[in-house]
Design a protein around this ligand. Sequence first.
Ligand code: CA
Length: 225
Amino acid sequence: MTQRRVLVVEDEPVIAESVAARLRAEGFAVDLAVDGPGAVAAAERTVPDAVVLDVMLPGFDGLEVCRRLQASRPVPILMLTARDDENDMLVGLAVGADDYLTKPFSMRELAARVHALVRRAVRTETQPVSTLRVGDLEINRAERRVHRAGAEAQLTPTEFDLLLYLAERPRAVLPRERLLAEVWGWADTTGTRTVDSHVKGLRRKLGADLIRTVHGVGYALEAPR
Ligand code: CA
């Protein structure tokens, strides 16, 4: 099995070292960066399987790092946010982070989250290119056809794009703003109702249990068995 590589971006040496030591002990190859520009350069050089990213960084912050990484080569990101800063968490999820941990966190929790992110990424890359399967849901990208439990659903093009985006990130909490930006390409986030109405359409056609509402944030696709 190939060793998975994690990039740790943190300017506080004590935290950076303990995170790196724990992840190495868990079997990961670990690279370190201490500021925004360094993080982007390191990610290009090392092609990590996951990134542990502090929000408060010199140069430019973790949110900007996240934006740049997801724009060039998407990678699972675990964001480290300051205690009780809900705004950082929400913005982080909106710009492409997959998960977040609030400081202070336990190394055990951190290790568990990183393992989960990497597992998810590995699963995605080992699936055949044209067909995506999540539980009883099957999406054929090339033909743009969707089946659930063997029954085909007729989706509009936007419903299909939204479902595919959700299904490529099973169980990840995706804020309405991020869905608008990624699926619709809208920078203006006043249209979040649009997301709600398309989710409603998907639930009607594919079953109400498929997409979970995360109150005040957005949606997550639950992998039905
Ligand atoms: Ca920091």
